[in-house]
Design a protein around this ligand. Structure first.
Ligand code: SDX
Length: 393
């Protein structure tokens, strides 16, 4: 009845699991990828290096890093068949719908990637998936604004190439400012994995049936789409814009949130595991501040965000419920400053989370003891019922 489940040995039928990828201490606000604190990785590492760490368990050697980067560049273009598949979507299609469909389709256009027997074949499949996700995301944006799809540049690194494919227009190449590439790198790095959240558990659920990596990650995209999960970064901006456009004092909005009848939630606040600050939000808050200062951009939504945070931290209603800013609260400020449209925010989350999903798929795929997930239920339906002829119903 408590809703809590006991840890089952191995991969249980309760949905709990053992994993060596990410460690979270929700009370202390600790987050580590393969034992390394994210504060260190945020300061010293990069998204691609962290992706390797999350997937393979160790920091990459120079040779690993160079080989993986080459694979990411080599496989960044969409093959003709996938391009045709993409072109079937209307420009108004939600980018998460496109992304989940295209990831699943990739296994049809690159069937050889379905057979992953060792780390070498996983490295190729992971690079091809992560690289295509970036291209599909940028292409979704271009299609939505009626611009031609920009082909990847093979001389650009992962993040810069994404920004090029997003913002270059014919005859006007886009060269990302260093602070923009740095902020996006950080955003993706901080989203790389996060233990057994809703979408990662979905990936593991699908992987536990021995489904292929693409099917499992496509399912993760679908789970992430929801506003209580990956869609929250969109909801945060919508909330801040509502407060700004309505001219409503932040204090008045907070009172509305506290009124249960309003069914309003303080988007970007609260977390099932963190009952303290989400360590990622602290890093993203500083990155947002720094980036806006370097770009000399004054975003009114940042000011409102800071007001909302201060009000929540001073209000017993939120403090008693341990509702602190989570990863989504400051993410949107950074993505807005980069120029990413709001309906692309959750796709950015998916791009960042891809290494974590791949790593969780791999953990199940590599474990001979892995069993199919089969969560239990408490039956609450009617009993002792019988069929009734239609004219007696
Ligand atoms: C992510 O799991 C992960 O790791 C996810 C994630 C990841 O990296 O994968 O960290 C990414 O999804 C972050 C969360 C993004 N979502 C949001 O910001 C949406 C707003 N937050 C909530 O909806 C909520 O806080 C959740 C969904 C994040 C967590 O919900 P819980 O733990 O199930 O909390 P709950 O619904 O049981 O609420 C407990 C109490 C309730 O009040 P009471 O009934 O006790 O009076 O807290 C209240 C809730 O009403 N509450 C909120 C609130 N979140 C919970 N009240 C106002 N605003 C909120 N945001």
């Amino acid at each position: 009845e408590s809703g809590y489940i006991t840890l089952d040995e191995g991969y249980g039928n309760t949905g709990s699991c053992r994993s060596a990828i990410t460690y979270i201490d929700g009370d202390q606000g600790i987050l580590r990828y393969r034992g390394i604190p994210i504060e260190e990785l945020a300061e010293k590492s990069s998204f691609i290096e962290v992706a390797w760490l999350v997937i393979f368990g160790t920091l990459p050697s120079k040779a690993d890093r160079d080989r993986f980067s080459d694979l990411l560049s080599e496989h960044s273009a969409l093959p003709t068949g996938m391009l045709k598949h993409f072109e079937g979507f209307p420009p108004s299609a939600h980018p998460m719908a496109i992304l989940s469909a295209m990831i699943n389709a990739q296994s049809a256009y690159e069937p050889g990637l379905m057979q992953i027997d060792d780390d070498a074949s996983l490295e190729v499949a992971a690079a091809r998936l992560m690289s295509k996700v970036r291209t599909i995301a940028a292409a979704s944006y271009k299609s939505s604004v009626g611009q031609p799809i920009m082909h990847p540049r093979y001389d650009m690194r992962y993040v810069e190439n994404f920004l090029h494919m997003m913002f270059t227009v014919p005859n006007r190449p886009y060269e990302p400012a260093p602070e923009v590439a740095k902020a996006l790198n950080l955003f993706l790095l901080l989203h790389a994995d996060h233990e057994q959240n809703c979408s990662t558990s979905t990936v593991r659920m699908v992987a536990s049936s021995q489904a292929n990596m693409f099917a499992s990650c496509a399912a993760g995209v679908c789970a992430l789409w929801g506003p209580l999960h990956g869609g929250a970064n969109v909801a945060v901006i919508e909330m801040l814009e509502f407060i700004k456009e309505s001219g409503m004092p932040v204090s008045e909005y907070m009172e509305k949130v506290k009124d249960k009848d309003s069914r309003l939630r303080l988007m970007g606040f609260g977390h099932r595991v963190y009952k303290n600050f989400d360590p990622r939000s602290k890093i993203l808050k500083k990155a947002a501040d720094d980036m806006l200062e370097q770009m000399d951009v004054d975003d009114p939504l940042l000011h409102i965000a800071l007001e909302v945070e201060a009000a929540a931290l001073a209000d017993d209603y939120f403090v008693e419920r341990k509702l602190y800013p989570n990863v989504d609260f400051y993410s949107g400020i950074i993505l807005r400053a980069i120029g990413i449209p709001v309906d692309m925010f959750t796709v950015m989350f998916a791009m960042g989370r891809m290494p974590g999903w791949i790593a969780n798929w791999k953990e199940i795929h590599d474990d001979p003891k892995s069993r199919i997930y089969r969560p239990r239920q408490i039956y609450t339906g009617p009993v002792d019922q019988h069929w009734v002829p239609r004219d007696e119903r």
